[in-house]
Design a binder for this molecule. Structure first.
Ligand SMILES: Cc1cc2nc3c(=O)[nH]c(=O)nc-3n(C[C@H](O)[C@H](O)[C@H](O)COP(=O)(O)O)c2cc1C
Length: 170
């Protein structure tokens, strides 16, 4: 899929069908993560893949804003090291790359960030030096997605010419 088309049509999805995502696609998603750049090339992040239904249920139980993950096919926990000021930028880049790679194969995904910290860390044996920054749930979408209807501000509201406040006329 053309990169812009992929960005245009990708939504954050919270309803998945029961279809299995192949190991090949899962590997592609992880490879996209591995290839993503980090600040100073620190590669401080680590990824925990949850495929087991019991663990996916634990993810849902341990979340405060992602109960929907219970119906995903597999999930990836993104861990980043907060000793690097830019660790959240790194997290944003890698999660978007993983989501777009999945979407290239028709696999939808959604993310959540709210967790019950202590329980989550215990259940997934997260080391103290790493933050649980985001969790992505992947799966085939329950409904056909057309890419229409994104709720976004217009470029006129978002972009300025040369200095903040100058109306963009493009
Ligand atoms: C930093 C960040 C945190 C998010 N946290 C959650 C979350 O905790 N739970 C959730 O269901 N969605 C979460 N989302 C998904 C957003 O709600 C979603 O990206 C936004 O509504 C746009 O969705 P759309 O691309 O499908 O239009 C988060 C997204 C981002 C970028």
């Amino acid at each position: 899929m053309d990169t812009f088309e992929s960005i245009r049509t990708k939504l954050d999805i919270r309803e998945f069908s029961s279809g299995d995502v192949s190991q090949e696609i899962k590997l592609k998603v992880l490879e996209a993560a591995r290839l993503t750049g980090t600040g100073l090339n620190t590669q401080h992040w680590r990824f925990v893949v949850a495929e087991d239904k019991e663990n996916i249920k634990k993810l849902a139980d341990d979340s405060t804003s992602g109960g929907w993950v219970v119906n995903c096919n597999f999930a990836i926990i993104i861990l980043t090291n907060p000793k690097y000021d830019f660790h959240m930028i790194d997290a944003g880049r890698v999660l978007q790359n993983m989501q777009l790679t999945a979407w290239n194969y028709g696999v939808a995904s959604g993310i959540f960030t709210g967790i019950k910290e202590d329980k989550f860390r215990k259940d997934f044996e997260i080391p103290p030096e790493l933050n649980v920054t985001a969790i992505i749930g992947f799966g085939y979408p329950l409904r056909k997605l057309t890419g229409g209807g994104k709720n976004r501000l217009s470029l006129r509201e978002l972009v300025f010419n040369e200095k903040y406040g100058n109306l963009n006329t493009a």
